[in-house]
Write a protein of this length. Structure first.
Length: 179
């Protein structure tokens, strides 16, 4: 009886060892890319004519776009919303941490040199709007998703936004990466 169990155990070891040896290393699934870190990226405002917000009109919302480019040597992913804090030019502005839209984020893979953007929806107001009712953007502190280090971007478009930094549903908000 002992030799029969030993023979079965030995056969199981041989079969298992054979199966493992038969799988070539090249057939193993490649590792999934990990998330992009701030140090992997560079950022800026999209400046093309079709990407600039219409800050001089005050009848409707407009969009500004911020891009991230993977400057690292590796492939990485971005998922979710960037953190965006607007720093105002007026002494009464302070810093406005932007609310997120209800849109669902998607996972994006960036190879070396790939660029992705996201939009910020803005509600411009006239220059004659009382100071207490308008926010004049000066800088944007932009943090990639799931990161703590940010980029400081100077606002290049002028204009002013209806001040709704304490509103539950402001007309100025940001969308997820890729949207």
């Amino acid at each position: 009886m002992k030799s029969k169990l030993t023979a079965m155990a030995l056969a199981a070891i041989v079969v298992t060892g054979t199966a493992a040896a038969a799988t070539p290393a090249s057939a193993a699934a490649p590792a999934e890319p990990t998330r992009c870190h701030t140090a992997d990226l560079k950022a800026g405002f999209a400046m093309g004519d079709d990407a600039k917000p219409e800050m001089q009109q005050t009848e409707k919302q407009t969009q500004a776009y911020i891009w991230f480019t993977n400057k690292s040597e590796r492939t990485c992913t971005l998922t979710g919303f960037a953190g965006v804090d607007m720093v105002g030019a007026q002494t009464t502005d302070g810093t406005w941490s932007m609310m997120r839209s209800a849109q669902k984020p998607q996972k994006l893979t960036l190879e070396k040199g790939d660029t992705v953007d996201f939009s910020i929806t803005l509600l411009p107001v006239a220059a004659s709007t009382p100071r207490a009712e308008k926010f004049v953007p000066a800088k944007f502190l932009v943090t990639p998703p799931n990161e703590t280090d940010h980029f400081t971007l100077t606002w290049p478009f002028g204009g002013q936004i209806l001040k709704q930094d304490a509103a539950t549903r402001p007309a100025t908000y940001l969308n997820p990466i890729g949207l």
